[in-house]
Design a protein around this ligand. Structure first.
Ligand code: G6P
Length: 365
């Protein structure tokens, strides 16, 4: 097992560091940034994609957060109505007009029972289905009409890391491909997004190179009573994912909030024993979130920000820059949060690769 960990103490840390490579694999042979073209070998007729009225995403756990990210990308780049559903709550059976609806199941393992069940009910209603998965030959690939692989390589740690980033990258390619097919995206616009995508492995590497700094922050704040993650727009799914990662492996109380919702309840929980971590990148309306950071600062919470919002940075106790990555900047910020979760859990001696009560793939409903 030590050999499989490639010198890392845990699979999770190895997989966090594998992200640039996993992403390069996901992009290989699929992206032509110069021409703005993406080839995902989708297998769905062009006329169908052009007349598509709705996309419904079904997923669970980390894949659900990737779905929320994908939803915003698809709406913006492909001009299509998208809703994202927690798979176990999906009961809309293919939407208003199933024949014009594509149901996309995002699942790392391809075996999550709730996600498979949602896919089956969508199929039964007449909707077409697409699987976005990491696992060749998994059940979802046999049941969905079409499959797109995220090509992240095997993920052993129960807490998903590299597959989240690869899911978002694959969703970006899907959004660009659809946007081009539907005439919603010009060649230049597509090229710009694909440029950001090609730069993503390098941007993530720059964050990984700062691991020692984030480890120091993790050690300083590991004993806080609670951890809140804030984000807006594309930063919102990242805040949810940051909190999920921390609670999964450190067993600490961690919550992700849409920053604007803070004043509608969560603010009551903020004390000087809380740490608030915020997404302040492009694509996440950082200036507005910085106001929320000021509110928690006033209540004595310690604050960490990822990305550079213009405004009163003095409300941040710690600030980490995020390399330029366009619409993908929030997912770059997520890598800091993965490292933060890992080092908090490690400082507490948790069973990081196999957290209590959790399984890598949940095959019961
Ligand atoms: C389990 C895992 C999570 C994962 C979720 C969905 O809860 O512990 O890490 O995000 O299942 O799994 P899937 O394979 O469908 O992406």
């Amino acid at each position: 097992e030590a050999a499989e960990k490639g010198g890392y103490e845990h699979f999770m840390l190895k997989e966090i560091h594998e992200q640039p490579r996993a992403l390069r694999q996901a992009l290989t042979g699929r992206v032509d940034a110069l021409s703005g073209d993406v080839d995902l070998d989708l297998g769905l007729p062009e006329e169908y994609l052009q007349s598509l009225e709705e996309i419904q995403i079904v997923a669970a756990g980390t894949s659900y957060h990737a779905g929320l990210y994908a939803e915003q990308l698809l709406e913006e780049l492909a001009d299509v109505r998208v809703t994202t559903h927690v798979a176990s709550e999906y009961d809309v059976g293919g939407g208003r007009d199933p024949w014009q609806t594509l149901v996309v199941a995002i699942t790392q393992s391809g075996e999550t029972a709730d996600t498979l069940e949602a896919l089956r009910s969508a199929k039964a209603s007449g909707a077409r289905t697409l699987a976005v998965t990491n696992t060749v030959g998994s059940t979802v690939t046999r049941e969905a009409d079409e499959t797109v692989y995220i090509h992240a390589g095997p993920e052993i740690g129960v807490a998903a890391t590299k597959t989240f980033v690869s899911q978002v990258a694959t969703a970006t390619m899907l959004a660009v491909a659809l946007g081009r097919t539907r005439g919603a995206l010009s060649r230049d616009e597509a090229s710009a997004v694909l440029d950001s995508l090609r730069g993503l492995p390098g941007a993530i590497q720059q964050v990984l190179d700062r691991e020692a700094e984030i480890e120091a922050i993790a050690q300083e704040y590991a004993d806080r009573e609670a951890f809140f993650f804030l984000g807006r727009r594309l930063g919102y799914p990242v805040a949810l994912e940051g909190a999920l990662k921390l609670k999964e492996i450190s067993y600490d109380h961690a919550e992700g909030f849409a920053a604007g919702e803070l004043k509608h309840g969560p603010l009551a929980l903020v004390t000087d024993d809380v740490l608030v971590l915020s997404v302040l990148t492009q694509g996440s309306n950082p200036e507005a979130t910085l106001h929320n950071v000021a509110e928690v600062d006033t209540r004595g919470a310690a604050t960490v920000g990822f990305g550079e919002a213009k405004g009163d940075g003095s409300v941040l106790d710690h600030s980490f820059s995020v390399p330029e990555a366009g619409l993908l900047e929030p997912v770059v910020a997520n890598v800091y949060m993965q490292l933060f979760a890992y080092h908090v859990a490690r400082s507490k001696g948790r069973a990081i690769d196999k957290p209590r009560n959790l399984a890598k793939s949940v095959t019961v409903q």
